[in-house]
Design a protein around this ligand. Structure first.
Ligand code: AMP
Length: 567
């Protein structure tokens, strides 16, 4: 019992601790469920810690935000910090400003770092007050940053590091002059970091003028390992984050894998997805680096024995696993580097067997998908997520096949009396239809009715069109689907609540069918459940009168969803 983890969990790969990050940051990362650095983090963090300037060619999805945020946070002074920012990050859009500041905030929590996003569209007075109270890291869109600089509310004389994130997009959006003006307002001895998905000549010009002897890092240039390409059908589906669980469920229903492994980025994501899938009737097992050897063995046993059909895992935990009969590898997110993609799908299509590799990509990860295609020299077909109608068709096919089998078996003599007695009252055709419906209803693992908006990605048009790329406008926070409303339940994971408990309580008390209930999110102390708007009041009344897992819980419509999300 001395061994806690399998030897292959850490297998020589660089860890965050090896990179020399301080304990507060390491704690934050492990709290977020990050198990190991991504390739770009491995390459960029050491030179950034040495205060080198750096040009990184990396798209969204590579982990580039942490690659620059961690080393800059590492250098935050412990004691008294002044009121003026020491780190300035310029980003093209407000969405990115919010995302990057959330990243700084969560990594820097243990350091008490004060982070402020400033972007157009938000009241400037509020931003001025926040700047006045004192901040360490400002993440700004160029226009709004200049506005504050002009008013004297953003002072940059103490800035030690500037990051230009998604620099090519900022230039495409016409921010070139603004960026240069801002850079000129910062001390010349600052550290300057530029990340960009592409490196056109204009970026090189900017680099030449403002970066000193930069380290250069290119992601995705490496090609896949030599050797025979696996016989794997590779497809990708573009889907917004909010719809990923449903999209995955549909793909699983249509693909009906024998055994599949679903790769997630973090431990948290593994745990959440496992819970969601089990709640929807799949048999999923979680595997991540936080499990003991014994737990891992149990999980693997269930998969091999066929009691589980899905393994939800992080890269680290799945390293070295060899699962026979694996038919599908599913990337719940675009992997952080082409090598990782190749490594993952190398588990299928072996020994002449066919395999299927599926990647769910958020619109903004489109470019990373292209990078992987280029590096692996293989096409990844972007396909449409099965619609509800597709699913119905597929289930009807399955029902028909099952009935056909049953007819061939011809072993139903003792049901004859039932049909005969019903036939006195109904047409035999109608009786058959009712029986088919019953068979159909019991066939689907999870019947979902969620509409997944179709995302069509426009071809790239760098350099010409200066407007914001379409994918950017996609909101990251989730809004309930049309006709649905979200209810708040004041009870969550800490009370042992699982999705099936909520579905059970709602269906049992209110008369809604399980399939009428939409997405379910379970947090530690509360849960959010989507129900049809028309039934919301009934559900609230019914649930207030009863208990969930033996406990009374607050039930109401979700309030200030928007505030909580953007906060
Ligand atoms: P980015 O490319 O910076 O937009 O990051 C893509 C996603 O990967 C974000 O959701 C991060 O939270 C996540 N991420 C970044 N680094 C890691 C890591 N080392 N392990 C797991 N997830 C990560």
């Amino acid at each position: 019992m001395s061994q806690q983890m399998t030897p292959n969990v850490t297998d020589g790969a660089t860890s965050f601790a090896d990179l020399g990050l301080r304990s507060e940051l390491l704690d934050a990362l492990s709290g977020l469920g990050y198990e190991e650095p991504t390739p770009i983090q491995r390459e960029a963090i050491p030179p950034l810690l040495q205060r080198r300037d750096l040009v990184g060619q990396a798209a969204t999805g590579t982990g580039k935000t942490a690659a620059f945020a961690l080393p800059l946070l590492e250098r935050m002074p412990d004691g008294d910090r002044g009121a003026r920012p020491t780190v300035l990050v310029l980003v093209p859009t407000r969405e990115l400003a919010v995302q990057v500041s959330q990243a700084f905030h969560s990594y820097g929590r243990g350091l008490g770092v004060r982070v402020l996003p400033i972007y157009g569209g938000q009241p400037i007075g509020w931003q001025m007050k926040a700047l006045d109270r004192g901040v360490d890291v400002v993440i700004a869109t160029p226009g709004r940053a200049l506005d504050h600089i002009g008013r004297g509310t953003l002072r940059l004389h103490e800035v030690k590091a500037v990051v230009l994130d998604e620099a090519d997009e900022m230039l495409d959006m016409g921010f070139a002059e603004d960026i240069e003006e801002i850079l000129q307002k910062t001390p010349p001895e600052r550290q300057t970091v530029l990340f960009s998905a592409t490196l056109p000549p204009r970026i090189e010009g900017l680099t030449g003028r403002y970066l000193q002897d930069p380290v250069r890092i290119q992601m995705g240039r490496e090609s896949g390992p030599p050797g025979e390409a696996p016989r794997v059908r590779q497809s990708a589906y573009m889907v917004g984050r909010a719809h990923k669980p449903t999209a995955l469920g549909r793909l699983l229903d249509v693909e009906a894998p024998n055994a599949a492994i679903v790769f997630c980025r973090t431990r948290e994501e593994v745990d959440q997805l496992t819970e969601t899938l089990n709640g929807r009737g799949y048999r999923a097992e979680a595997l991540h680096g936080g499990l003991s050897q014994e737990q891992r063995d149990r999980v693997m046993g269930r998969l091999r024995g066929g009691t589980a059909e899905l393994l939800i895992a992080t890269d680290v935990a799945a390293r070295g696993l060899d699962i026979e009969h694996l038919t599908h590898v599913i990337n719940y997110n675009v992997p952080s580097a082409p090598d990782s993609y190749v490594h993952r799908i190398g588990r299928i299509g072996r020994a002449g067997r066919e395999g299927v590799a599926i990647t769910l990509a958020e619109p903004r990860e489109h470019r990373m998908l292209k990078t992987i295609e280029r590096a692996t020299k293989q096409r990844i077909e972007v396909e449409k997520i099965p619609t509800i109608a597709d699913l119905r068709t597929r289930r009807l096919e399955l029902t028909r096949a099952t009935l056909n089998e049953s007819l061939l078996e011809d072993d139903f003599e003792h049901f004859r009396a039932v049909v005969e007695s019903l036939a006195e009252e109904y047409d035999v055709m109608e009786v058959a239809l009712a029986a088919v419906k019953l068979a159909y209803d019991s066939s689907g693992a999870a019947s979902d009715e969620e509409e997944i908006p179709e995302i069509t990605h426009k071809p790239e048009r760098y350099g010409k069109d200066r407007r914001e790329p379409a994918g950017r406008r996609e909101r990251r926070g989730r809004t309930p689907d049309r006709g649905m409303t979200r209810l708040f339940f004041g009870i969550g994971r800490s009370a042992g609540i699982r999705p099936q408990d909520l579905v059970g309580a709602i269906a049992g008390e209110s008369g809604l069918a399980g399939r009428d209930i939409g997405a379910i999110e379970i947090a530690d102390r509360f849960s959010l459940v989507e129900v049809p708007e028309a039934a919301a009041d009934d559900v609230i009344t019914a649930l207030r009168r009863s208990t969930i897992k033996g406990r009374k819980a607050t039930v109401r419509r979700e309030r200030d969803a928007a505030n909580r999300r953007s906060g």
